[in-house]
Design a protein around this ligand. Structure first.
Ligand code: ZN
Length: 304
């Protein structure tokens, strides 16, 4: 009796604290990377509460599975993952979370790589013992604005599986967001138009979708192959190449060896730029649009 009374009191207090909110519980979403948090918030709007397992300054390939991840996953209705092995570690965290909603194949599991035209798919079998971290092709597509329609469609379909009655609202949210991306896209394209065809080098191949989208050309990478530190011989060749191709920029992620990139840049006459390789990777890039905006402005300025 006492329990029921205090429970009733609790419910009344909660209702008073959040008028109108008590009836509609939010869909609890966990994403593996912050880019997908931002995109899920765009599609889900008020219907979702989203948390990311990693932060933008991290190397997503190497995220350490922690008990705090499992706690977040235990309560999740939906898990949004990138796929193409970028966030393969999440399977370990899901195993530890013991939550049937989000196991592989469950309705609450969304993989946004579905339908993405994947770049840099290896033509020969990749030997994982060599450390190559892109065995299925390049997984760093989330900040190519041209792919926002595919990614958000996957998110929409997944959320609508969990809350079919909300499909119309989710579709409206998605369309409004894509309209915004279209507007920004026109501006971004115009901003980068003067530097079209400019050649760049990336530290880790994290920007190939982005540079291809805007007509820039990646002529080399600092890492010998994805995830493997460069050999001195490779760096000598790269610096020669950068000089002959007149490369002005090395695109760097916060977790790369920025000092090494700076040294290579100094030798080759280029600038090492720490980019918004993800949402939250640099100051000011705290959502999807802002991150792309940061990269567009940075490149337009340095490549001109
Ligand atoms: Zn990678």
């Amino acid at each position: 009796m006492r329990t029921i009374r205090s429970l009733t009191a609790f419910v009344l207090v909660m209702a008073a604290l959040a008028p109108g909110a008590a009836a509609a519980a939010k869909i609890r979403v966990v994403t593996t990377i912050p880019d997908l948090k931002s995109l899920t918030e765009a599609v889900g709007g008020d219907l979702v509460e989203v948390d990311s397992l990693t932060r933008g300054v991290q190397n997503f390939h190497e995220a350490e599975v922690r008990p705090s991840m499992m706690l977040k996953l235990r309560k999740a209705d939906v898990l949004v993952e990138n796929g193409l092995e970028l966030d393969r570690w999440v399977d370990v965290a899901v195993d530890g979370a013991n939550n049937p909603n989000i196991i592989r194949g469950a309705a609450g599991r969304i993989e946004v790589a579905r339908g993405i035209p994947v770049l840099e798919v290896p033509t020969t079998r990749v030997d994982r013992s060599m450390g190559d971290v892109h065995p299925l092709g390049n997984p760093h597509f989330s900040l190519d604005p041209g792919l926002a329609p595919i990614i958000t469609q996957n998110i929409l379909d997944g959320l609508a599986r969990i809350a079919p009655e909300q499909r119309a609202t989710l579709e409206r949210n998605r369309q409004a967001f894509l309209n915004r991306v279209d507007q920004e896209m026109a501006r971004w394209t115009k901003t980068l138009e003067p530097v079209k065809g400019a050649k760049v080098v990336a530290y880790h191949p994290s920007f190939i979708y982005f540079v291809t989208r805007f007509g820039l050309v990646q002529v080399g990478i600092v890492e010998d192959r994805p995830g493997i530190p460069p050999s001195p011989q490779h760096l000598v060749r790269l610096i020669q190449l950068m000089k002959s191709e007149k490369v002005k920029a090395i695109l760097v992620e916060p977790w790369n060896d920025v000092k090494l990139a700076t040294r290579v840049g100094e030798e080759a006459g280029a600038r090492a730029l720490v980019m918004a390789s993800a949402v939250g990777a640099v100051k000011g890039a705290d959502n999807y649009i802002a991150a792309i905006d940061y990269n567009v402005k940075t490149l337009a300025e340095v490549l001109k």
